[in-house]
Design a protein around this ligand. Structure first.
Ligand code: E4P
Length: 221
């Protein structure tokens, strides 16, 4: 399974990249604007913080086919490899996905609210499909819809990978990992919540205290 960070917070990405096996970083226009920095600064820092085998996903902002394809070419030119363009599955977006695949550009179909939208984007050649799990919960059961999508792709021998997105809690991530999801993109706070447990800190303090009481130090030697 690929674990991807959904963030433009460079410090947290650096930290989690040391802590975990991170396959890449996703952003979207909102994530970038929230950083309060320019697009170029954010993207340059992300490229610098990732090694070249890690993927970077940047979203097109234009909403018409020509604009999306133009931005996709620009985004693809920013890095030698493992650069993917995120394209929302609108009518224009579906056309742009086909065009980008003709040009050999890596595509993640995004802003997906149904398994059917995702499946059609996969048929158009999208490499990754990003269903918005938490937002889908407003219309039904996000986790169940993504499980359906996994089955639809499997029984039809489709190669596109599902990178479930828009997570708000660790349970949503846990359920999809159990279902065999190929990739998840999670905000840094959800990643920290998956790592940290107060019980672990209490156990470690107890080990240290007992060791110190017995041997007067907190190291083995
Ligand atoms: C990632 O690819 C998506 O853009 C992101 O997960 C959407 O998350 P949100 O629903 O929190 O905006």
């Amino acid at each position: 399974m690929e674990l991807i960070l959904d963030s433009s917070n460079i410090e947290q990405i650096k930290d989690l990249n040391e802590l975990l096996h991170v396959s890449g970083v996703t952003t979207n226009p909102t994530i970038i604007t929230k950083s309060g920095r320019s697009f170029e600064d954010v993207v340059n820092d992300l490229i610098a913080v990732l090694d070249e085998e890690q993927m970077l996903f940047i979203q097109a902002v234009s909403t018409d086919v020509a604009g999306i394809v133009e931005e996709a070419k620009y985004i693809a030119s920013l890095r030698k490899k493992n650069m993917y363009v995120k394209i929302p599955v609108t009518h224009e977006g579906l056309k742009a996905i086909k065009e980008c695949k003709k040009l050999g550009i890596g595509v993640l179909a995004t802003a997906i609210y149904t398994a059917d939208q995702a499946f059609l984007a996969a048929m158009n050649g999208a490499d990754y499909l990003a269903p918005y799990v938490n937002r889908m919960d407003n219309y039904g059961d996000g986790v169940e819809n993504v499980k359906d999508l996994i089955t639809m792709l499997k029984v039809n021998n489709m190669n596109a990978k599902v990178v479930a997105a828009s997570f708000k809690n660790t349970r949503q991530v846990h359920e999809l990992i159990k279902a065999g999801i190929q990739a998840v993109t999670i905000p840094c706070d959800v990643a920290y919540n998956m790592i940290d447990h107060p019980g672990t800190a209490i156990a470690v303090d107890e080990f240290s205290e007992n060791w110190k009481k017995a041997y007067g130090k907190t190291t083995l030697r």
